[in-house]
Design a binder for this molecule. Structure first.
Ligand SMILES: Cc1ncc(COP(=O)(O)O)c(C=O)c1O
Length: 237
């Protein structure tokens, strides 16, 4: 609800699948491993340069190949928007693209709403798979709704997205209570949705085995979906 908004069609149409994880880091790991196993269109994830220091290792360890797209322009101390768009356009079709939803770490520089719309257009044109990492909702603007702009706009634009949401340090912090994950899926495809949930549970079970005895709390959301899902997340060959 915090990420998508109470009026989100993804929630109203029951197209979300949610699972717990060990904080935002665990959500990224489960999301990465889930895509490495079940995303049929290549195992490449593009992350920004620079990105949170752990992204590289988490995704590599998940079984994905990590590539980079331009993000920071040190001359302007701002977003290298043209470089970013050019790299997303140059990436192979249907690549996975990691996007910091707000308060980009480590630069603190985010695209404007207009720039997000243009990024969305390129992601759509190239049929990329957007994987949002939202670790700081509310920290960039002080407003959780404004900081959710990219996620909500992408969903509204019909993208199927994956969202790893951490509550460890956002404005509704449950600090020390780490976990959760959501997957959005078409409500009309109930069998596919059930299968997807099952797969996420498999990944999560493997990730959290070592934590038996602990009681992870909901903190991270992982979302995907819509009508394109059956093709994009089909059974592995
Ligand atoms: C961009 C980004 N993503 C994910 C995380 C991980 O979040 P968590 O502390 O909930 O594991 C962090 C933590 O610093 C982060 O900066």
């Amino acid at each position: 609800m915090l990420a998508y908004g109470s009026d989100s069609s993804a929630i109203k149409d029951d197209r979300l699948v949610i699972t717990q994880s060990i904080s935002g880091t665990g959500a990224l790991r489960i999301g990465g491993e889930f895509l490495a196993r079940f995303y049929p269109s290549g195992k490449r994830i593009f992350i920004p340069t620079p990105s949170w220091a752990n992204h590289n290792a988490v995704f590599k360890d998940s079984g994905l190949e990590v590539e980079k797209y331009r993000y920071y322009n040190k001359d302007t101390i701002g977003l290298d928007f043209d470089g970013m768009l050019a790299d997303l356009k140059a990436a192979p079709e249907e690549s996975i693209v990691l996007l910091h939803a707000c308060a980009h770490n480590p630069t603190g520089i985010d695209p404007s709403e207009d720039q997000w719309r243009k990024i969305s257009d390129v992601v759509k044109e190239k049929r990329h798979y957007p994987f949002f990492d939202m670790a700081y909702q509310g920290f960039a603007s002080g407003d959780t709704k404004r900081d959710a702009f990219a996620v909500r706009d992408f969903v509204q634009e019909g993208h199927q997205i994956c969202l790893a949401q951490s509550f460890a340090k956002n404005m509704v912090t449950l600090h020390g209570h780490r976990e959760a994950m959501v997957l959005k899926y078409s409500g009309t495809l109930r069998r596919a949705r059930r299968r997807l949930l099952h797969r996420v549970r498999i990944s999560r079970g493997e990730e959290t085995r070592g934590f038996a005895g602990q009681n992870p709390r909901p903190t991270t959301l992982f979302q995907s979906s819509s009508a394109r899902c059956p093709n994009r997340l089909r059974d592995p060959q």
